[in-house]
Design a protein around this ligand. Structure first.
Ligand code: SAM
Length: 360
């Protein structure tokens, strides 16, 4: 009951002030990591044998997540993406979607998933009010999928993509991390797969995100190189006009097929980054590369009336965002002696550095 009252009060105060950071970037997009657990062990994200997980009692309940999301929307967030870890491992995720979908300020409610559990859950998620899904899929070859992810679940991902379409989702995206010598010979195959499945493919440059302990500059396939390869197969490529803060630059083949490239490594887009990330245990990061976050769980669970807690959290978020001057990916690019971002021992001491904890 308390939760409902405090949410309503927050929304009633919501003549919505779009908070801007020190560089004028709005707080517009939130990635909500609903679990740090994953059912894959991708070589570019979770290459180690052992991981330390967030303590179970630190994980926010759905009601707690919704309370925080409500506050974020009052401060300007309009796009919400559930991620992880693997978000479909969070039990009853469709119930969280139902709770979030009633917030009228969320214009885009999306999910990023590896697709393994999507066939089972697509229908419930669609009916709960999820707008869109992005499925990560780096290869169309089952044996390669096993080598990249260390799990033999390729067919389940393909089934998941088919199920999403069948259940009614449109605007589906397929995200593929392209790594030299691993899957850089599949650009055209992935484009064809996207076409056949009514999904827009986005190629992601290999990033030195925390957790990518095997990352090296030599393994990156740059956006320029990807475009040159695709141009050899498909002819001239035009850039789509875009003024959005979306991470992908979008391109067009002469037959009208659109695809995207997320060039976070060679052409970072910090200047228009309006994204922040909330971990499943309530730590908020204003940059993927931030060394520290803001503990919203402690505030949320403090002993005070719900309205007062909501006001304190809103103040904290606002004050942290207003002084934000982070340009993490650009700083990484400027570092010419670049290797893995966070050493393994630091990652193992604090799982909050990990991409699968922060939310990809
Ligand atoms: N489990 C979900 C999934 O697979 O989509 C959501 C979490 S995953 C961390 C989100 C995205 O981050 C995936 O598309 C994944 O490919 C991407 N990612 C992880 N590590 C990366 C890296 N080193 N470089 C580029 N993208 C990466």
């Amino acid at each position: 009951m308390e939760v409902v009252t405090s949410n309503r009060n927050v929304r009633e105060r919501a003549s919505s002030v779009a908070v801007r950071d020190a560089l004028g970037r709005p707080l517009a997009s939130l990635r909500l990591s609903v679990t740090d657990r994953c059912n894959l062990r991708c070589m570019y994200c979770m290459p180690e044998k052992h991981y330390n997980w967030l303590p179970q009692d630190h994980l926010l309940s759905f009601e707690e997540l919704v309370r925080l999301v409500d506050i974020f929307t009052v401060l300007g967030v309009r796009r919400l993406r559930m991620t992880g870890g693997e978000p479909l491992l969070r039990r009853d995720l469709d119930r969280l979607v139902t709770l979030l979908a009633v917030n009228p300020m969320i214009e885009d409610l999306a999910l990023t998933t590896n697709g393994i559990l999507l066939a089972e859950q697509a229908g419930a998620l669609y009916r709960a009010g999820l707008h869109r899904v992005t499925v990560s899929l780096d290869t169309l070859r089952p044996e390669r999928f096993l080598a990249i992810t260390r799990r033999d679940d390729h067919v389940r991902v393909l089934d998941g993509i088919a199920a999403a379409r069948r259940e009614g989702f449109s605007g589906t995206k397929i995200d593929s991390v392209i790594i030299r010598g691993v899957n850089d010979d599949e650009l055209s195959d992935l484009i064809e797969f996207g076409r056949a499945n009514d999904a827009e493919v986005r190629f992601i440059e290999y990033m030195d995100v925390p957790g990518a302990t095997q990352w090296s500059l030599e393994n990156i396939v740059s956006r320029a190189e990807m475009l040159a390869t695709l141009e050899r197969s498909y002819g001239p490529i035009a850039a789509c006009a875009s003024d959005s803060s979306a991470p992908a630059s979008r391109f067009l083949f002469s037959d009208g097929t659109v695809f995207g490239v997320i060039a976070s490594t060679t052409a970072p887009f910090c200047g228009r980054c309006d994204r922040s990330r909330l971990t499943a245990d309530g730590i908020w990061y204003r940059c993927l590369y931030a060394m520290a976050g803001t503990d919203l769980r402690r505030l949320l669970r403090s002993a005070a009336p719900p309205d007062e807690i909501a006001a304190r959290i809103a103040d904290r978020i606002g004050s942290v965002w207003r002084v934000r001057a982070d340009r993490g990916a650009e700083q990484r690019k400027a570092n010419h002696a670049r290797s893995a971002f966070v050493p393994l021992d630091a990652l193992q001491r604090d799982p909050h550095f990990e991409m699968h904890t922060r939310g990809g």
